[in-house]
Design a protein around this ligand. Structure first.
Ligand code: MP5
Length: 210
């Protein structure tokens, strides 16, 4: 039997995923991160999440009907997510209308380029990869931690609802990939790996002054 696309993508991006899961940011959330580092991440991820709605919009415009309808269910999650950042920023007293970092901008440009210029399977791979990266990263934190001031963030990207969403993305992606040529699958695999690389840069970003 042929190996599923998502398994193949994981094999290809193994080193990248390992690097991601050993990022100091994730380890430090477990051990006690400096609040200003976490806040810097939160400011940029808020901007990332806001712009991701546009990415999802373009993706939905290209999606075949059953996926389009299913993605509608994912869309309201963004409102809840943005509120999470807004409440946290208010409680910490920092602004959210900050300049977007070069890392955040580059990552979003890659996503938008993929959504606009690539075919639907590659753009869908990008969505799957970014959600899978967050599920794996936050699950790593959850599994290594008992109590945290960042519980709501940890839960947001590791709860069973989010796990089911990522499982659904994987299932759809695998069935789409079954119909595709080797060349298309190789391109999707490279998209998956690139997203993993951007994720690493994003976790490293709060330690840099950009
Ligand atoms: C996600 C995110 C998850 N919020 N930020 C980065 C850098 N990567 C992935 O996406 P979503 O849409 O917020 O669940």
């Amino acid at each position: 039997m042929e190996i599923r696309f998502t398994e193949r993508a994981d094999v290809g991006a193994k080193n990248t995923w390992e690097r991601m899961l050993s990022e100091p940011f994730l380890r430090e959330i477990v051990q006690g991160i400096k609040p200003e580092i976490f806040d810097r991440w939160a400011q940029q991820d808020y901007l990332f999440a806001r712009e991701s709605i546009r990415f999802l919009g373009v993706l939905m415009a290209k999606a075949p009907y059953p996926i389009q309808i299913a993605l509608l269910d994912a869309a309201p999650g963004y409102k809840e997510e943005l509120k999470l950042f807004e409440d946290y920023a208010r409680s910490r007293g920092f602004p959210l209308d900050v300049k977007m970092s070069i890392t955040c901008r580059s990552y979003l440009s890659f996503l938008m380029k993929t959504a606009y210029n690539d075919d639907f399977p590659s753009a869908f791979t990008a969505l799957y990869a970014e959600e899978k990266a967050y599920l794996d990263s936050w699950r790593f934190v959850k599994n290594n931690l008992k109590e945290s001031p960042y519980e709501k963030f940890i839960d947001h990207w590791s709860n069973t609802g989010f796990q089911d969403y990522v499982k659904w993305l994987a299932k759809e992606l695998d069935s789409i990939a079954d119909q595709l040529s080797e060349e298309q699958k190789a391109h999707m695999e490279s998209t998956y790996k690139s997203i993993g690389e951007y994720e690493c840069l994003f976790w490293e970003m709060p330690y840099r002054i950009e």
